[in-house]
Design a protein around this ligand. Structure first.
Ligand code: CO
Length: 466
């Protein structure tokens, strides 16, 4: 008879859930009052940083993302803190130099992150190499992600092979990252088994309820041997967010997959976020139901709504069906990239251009030329050579790791922020978001006095030694 094995829960309300439902607008002060209760709930981890939260803190909330991390850490004593990192893109939108990538991981772990979850949009593991190596050097938990997608080249064998390579890179666990909610229960069970046959690492499943499949997918994945699932406390669950934590805990209680979490302990967490939800009501999607088009066209929800918006702006919503049919054509020519930031935007824009101009590849945006030049990494399958020729002519694409082409950036950033730096982390903020940082960093002076985070006082606007 099988030993009862404990299933673990990662709570996403502090990151993905509000990124998915209210455009990443939850402020730190909406989080702080409930943190001690969350720490007692028995979660495996709290996902609370990275992804879009970093940018959103400064751009929309006038908050220092590093302060958020330290404030949360100071109140969470027992539960692991997890962040999402976009490989060499860190928490920004381009590839950064290795010195920046290493320094970022060092500071993130140094300020309190326990688990670093890393993915690359193309599943090109060279793009996660540097950050993964640094996570190991810092002694934190390295979780590497499979960006899940459907295509002729994304076979069980290919994913299992990828998991094997991740184990060789020192991964402490593997996440199946299903950003679109396309992973079906049947496929999830097969995938978990295929990976478990190759590696003995814990597997975490991350999905979204967009298509209505996620709760079933989690159950099937857990039965097949997965160890951890990502859920969101009910007021911030479902729709484009994760399945509800309370339901998952209740569903598994008393069986071999019991989470060990006491439902009663989730009540104060739920009560708190009900109030927070009320506050951000205006940002919530009008309908949180299932989007059946995501299943039909196998594209992420965000990409679908972007396409609709782009076409509306062009007064061409009647072309939606044509554009949706063009998406697989473009994706195939580009070597089947998973549809996640930034490839989802690229594929969607090119499909729209192909339809609206009435001629395929007549207009090609700069990002897509860079893609064909190899600057995003290696696509999962070879690109269409004819399309590449149209895009970049006879130019040879680079075949090295893209970051090998980027000169060190940290020294220059440190010089740039010297006048209004309060902490060494500011140089990183500057590299990733120079435009936002230019306003944000100086604005902190005059309002920052002694902080309650134990990092000393800025003296007369002098920079800390950086
Ligand atoms: Co997600």
């Amino acid at each position: 008879m099988g030993e009862a094995r404990r299933v673990r829960i990662t709570e996403t309300v502090l990151r993905d859930a509000h990124q998915s439902l209210i455009a990443t607008r939850m402020s730190t002060k909406d989080m702080l009052p409930v943190l001690e209760r969350m720490d007692e709930a028995g979660y495996w981890a709290l996902e609370m940083w990275g992804g879009a939260t970093f940018d959103s803190c400064m751009r929309f909330l006038d908050e220092d993302p590093w302060d958020r991390l330290r404030l949360i850490r100071s109140r969470i004593k027992r539960t692991k803190l997890q962040m999402l990192l976009r490989g060499q893109n860190l928490v920004g939108y381009r590839h950064y130099a290795d010195d920046v990538a290493r320094e970022f991981v060092k500071r993130a772990v140094g300020n309190g992150i326990d688990i670093v979850r890393i993915f690359d949009a193309l599943n090109d593991l060279r793009n996660v190499e540097t950050t993964a190596d640094q996570v190991k050097k810092e002694g934190a938990h390295l979780q590497l992600c499979i960006s899940y997608t459907l295509s002729p080249v994304h076979t069980l064998e290919a994913f299992a092979e990828m998991a094997q390579r991740m184990a060789e890179m020192g991964a402490d666990s593997i996440a199946i990252k299903d950003m679109a909610g396309l992973l079906s229960p049947v496929d999830c069970a097969k995938l978990v088994r295929a990976i478990k046959e190759r590696v003995s690492l814990p597997i975490e499943i991350h999905s979204h309820s967009t298509t209505g499949l996620a709760s079933m997918t989690y159950y099937a994945g857990l039965e097949a041997g997965a160890d951890i699932v990502d859920t969101a406390i009910s007021p911030f669950s479902l729709g484009t967010s994760q399945p509800p934590t309370e339901s998952m805990v209740a569903a598994l209680a008393g069986g071999e997959l019991d989470t060990g979490i006491d439902l009663e302990k989730l009540l104060p967490v739920c009560e708190h976020f009900k109030k927070v939800r009320e506050k951000y009501k205006a940002l919530l999607p009008a309908v949180a139901g299932v989007n059946i088009n995501i299943l039909r066209y196998q594209i992420p929800g965000g990409m679908y709504s972007n396409l609709v918006n782009q076409l509306k702006e062009q007064n061409a919503l009647d072309k939606l069906e044509d554009v949706l049919k063009e998406v697989p054509v473009v994706r195939k020519a580009m070597g089947y990239p998973p549809l996640v930031t930034p490839s989802s935007q690229m594929v969607g824009t090119q499909a729209t251009l192909n339809v609206l101009t009435g001629q395929r590849w007549k207009v090609i945006p700069k990002e897509i030329r860079l893609y064909f030049q190899g600057y995003y990494g290696q696509p999962p399958a070879p690109v269409d050579p004819e399309v590449r020729k149209i895009a970049i002519g006879d130019e040879e694409p680079i075949t090295c790791r893209p970051a090998d082409k980027i000169a060190p950036e940290l020294a220059e950033a440190r010089r740039a922020v010297r006048a209004w730096s309060l902490q060494p982390e500011d140089a990183l903020t500057w590299v990733m978001f120079p435009a936002v940082a230019k306003d944000f960093l100086p604005r902190r002076f005059g309002r920052v006095t002694k902080r309650d985070i134990g990092f000393g006082d800025p003296v007369d606007g002098m920079a800390y030694p950086v």
